[in-house]
Design a binder for this molecule. Sequence first.
Ligand code: ZN
Ligand code: ZN
Length: 199
Amino acid sequence: MADFWSLVEEAVKFHGHICPGLLIGVRMGVAAMNLLGVDRASDEEIYAVVENDSCALDGLQVTTGVTFGKGNLSFKDYGKMAATFYLRRRNMTIRLVFKPESFGKVVNGEDLSEAMHEENPEIKMAKFATIAKRFGDLPDDEVFDSSVVDIDEPPMAEIRKSIKCEKCGEMTMETKTLVKNGKRLCIPCATGKNYYRVR
Ligand SMILES: [Zn+2]
Ligand SMILES: [Zn+2]
């Protein structure tokens, strides 16, 4: 596996900035792959359930190859810095919970806040690199509590055919349509509720 800082740099390209959450997410991805004994998922060999949608999630996606777009990621809005990783071929699932005190082992609050508020992007990266080096070197069990758990076997992502909604006419995944008054409709047309308003 690539060294911790180069993984963080890759994650910064995706996420847009460096921040503590991103470091935690990358670190969690590394720990998960260590514990499961696998490399980055090119397909759906790893499946994850994440318990927050903070900056950490982007670090996790870049590092593990578990991504929202591939369908091997599911989100529970619990607001916890925790995630569960399922390795399909071994039917093995582990749950990791971040220990916030681990950050205190590698950086004091003042230096961290100084790095966070640094305006020059290069100096900021250099400050975070120092923190990341030490954070990456901490043993997995000092950064995360891990436990072996069970989850219902996640379904494989499937390509489903799309059909025309009989009201708005937009192509819609068939499995997401509903029948109302004998017509096959998309969810917004069937429920009358939508997230946008037409001008
Ligand atoms: Zn961030
Ligand atoms: Zn419709």
